[in-house]
Design a protein around this ligand. Structure first.
Ligand SMILES: Cc1cc2nc3c(=O)[nH]c(=O)nc-3n(C[C@H](O)[C@H](O)[C@H](O)COP(=O)(O)OP(=O)(O)OC[C@H]3O[C@@H](n4cnc5c(N)ncnc54)[C@H](O)[C@@H]3O)c2cc1C
Length: 384
């Protein structure tokens, strides 16, 4: 570990896409006395293991608003940071097959109309026309938003950190924060072994481990890690070069183009809490069964590789964003419940605004830690 400074104005714990975005947005606001501490390596957590999906099609207003704030930044990412985030705006296609989901998505279409999300309802025939290789025999309707798609999370981190570093932000790897000093009701310092960095502000951007980092400051952050596995196929013929990210909503099976093959995943049948990150091969038979039903041409494909990572789920599937109240100076930016890449641009901006004392671009009350105590939670229906 390189020499650490004795003090910084802001310490960000975690160098995933969220910590990187916060560092970038602080630097853009002229806050440069910032240090990002990463216990492993940059983007070594969930950010290095996800599907890169970016979408506006959520069921709760606050999640839609986070996406509306994020997507324009990803669209302009090369201009802002000099790094191309490979944002393929091929759209997200949600296939709706059950009565219950049909009612929920009809409500969402209303919400999207009201908020200006350019999503539309497609009949089964329109859906088939969009991707003729899909089996749509059980599809009641689909929703499609062309501005959705997928990007490369590592490039997002690289771009954010390049700009932040150029402005003077320090990023230190192999630096595990193991204590947070709190005195007189406010944050005073973080410790990395025997090293101590005095600071006024600590941001917990530790992804699935954010609950552990919160506990160091005496803050209870309700995050449960859940393993998710991704499978990638070898190259095969029969699918177009470009097609949307497809979500078979009732089962959670999803896939998108990955080089000359496809990337696909599905939640496990039984959710198991914990930090295991080895590939869950028990999911594969269900993925294969669903893949062959939904996209019969996938019978030509074979599995090339697989990996697993962690979702960081909160009780209401919404992130926890902003000052926690007690201790003073401790901020949460975590609990993305599987949507941290797409919401990192918005949350980086919101946290930076709150730290410098500006009015935030969105009301943070629905995302506050206090909502759990107050019982003011809103469930998100569109979670995979
Ligand atoms: C299989 C899978 C698919 C996904 N698909 C999508 C998707 O399509 N779209 C989407 O938006 N999201 C998706 N996600 C979720 C997304 O990956 C996460 O929400 C996002 O990466 C969270 O970023 P983060 O920076 O908060 O956390 P992380 O990337 O996990 O970063 C947190 C960092 O904190 C570090 N850390 C932890 N404790 C300490 C400590 N004590 N001291 C110092 N550092 C510490 C960790 O080492 C880690 O690098 C998916 C996740 C998985 C697992």
């Amino acid at each position: 570990m390189p020499d650490l400074p004795r003090g910084a104005s802001v310490v960000i714990v975690g160098a995933g896409v969220v910590g990187a975005s916060i560092a970038f947005h602080l630097a853009e606001k002229g806050v440069r006395d910032v240090i990002v501490l990463e216990r492993d390596r940059v983007a070594g957590g969930s950010t290095g293991k996800n599907a890169g999906g970016i979408r506006m099609q959520f069921a709760s207003e606050i999640n839609v608003r986070l996406s509306l704030l994020s997507v324009p930044e990803i669209e302009r990412f090369a201009e802002l940071t000099g790094v191309d985030a490979s944002f393929h705006q091929v759209g997200y296609l949600f296939l709706i097959t059950t009565e219950r989901d049909a009612a929920a998505f009809e409500r969402s279409l209303e919400l999207w109309r009201r908020l200006g999300v350019p999503a539309r309802r497609l009949s089964a025939d329109d859906t088939h026309a969009l991707l003729p290789q899909l089996n749509v025999s059980d599809v009641r309707f689909a929703t499609f938003c062309q501005r959705d798609g997928y990007a490369d999370p590592s490039s997002l981190v690289r771009g954010y950190l390049a700009r932040a570093r150029a402005a003077g932000v320090r990023v230190v790897e192999a630096a595990a924060v193991d204590a947070v000093d709190v005195a007189g009701g406010r944050v005073r310092a973080v410790c990395i072994g025997a090293e101590r960095i005095a600071c006024e502000t600590v941001v917990d951007a530790a992804g699935p481990w954010a609950g552990e980092v919160g506990a160091l400051a005496g803050v209870s952050i309700p995050i449960t890690p859940h393993r998710r596995t991704i499978f990638v196929t070898e190259a095969f013929d029969g699918l177009p070069r470009r097609f949307p990210m497809v979500i078979d909503f009732a089962t959670g099976f999803y896939f998108h183009r990955e080089s000359s093959g496809v990337l696909m995943g599905m939640p496990p049948q039984q959710e198991v809490d914990g930090f295991r990150e080895d590939v869950d091969w028990d999911v594969l038979p269900r993925v294969v069964e669903r893949a062959l039903y939904r996209v019969p041409i996938l019978e030509r494909a074979s599995i090339k590789t697989a990996w697993a990572g962690l979702y960081e789920d909160t009780p209401d599937a919404h992130p926890i964003v902003g000052a926690v109240g007690e201790p003073d100076g401790f901020f949460a930016a975590c609990g993305f419940s599987g949507h941290g890449v797409m919401h990192a641009p918005a949350v980086g901006r919101l946290i930076a605004e709150q730290i410098v004392g500006e009015a935030t671009s969105l009301d943070l009350a629905p995302l506050s830690l206090q909502r759990f105590r107050a019982g003011a939670v809103v469930r998100e229906h569109n979670v995979i």
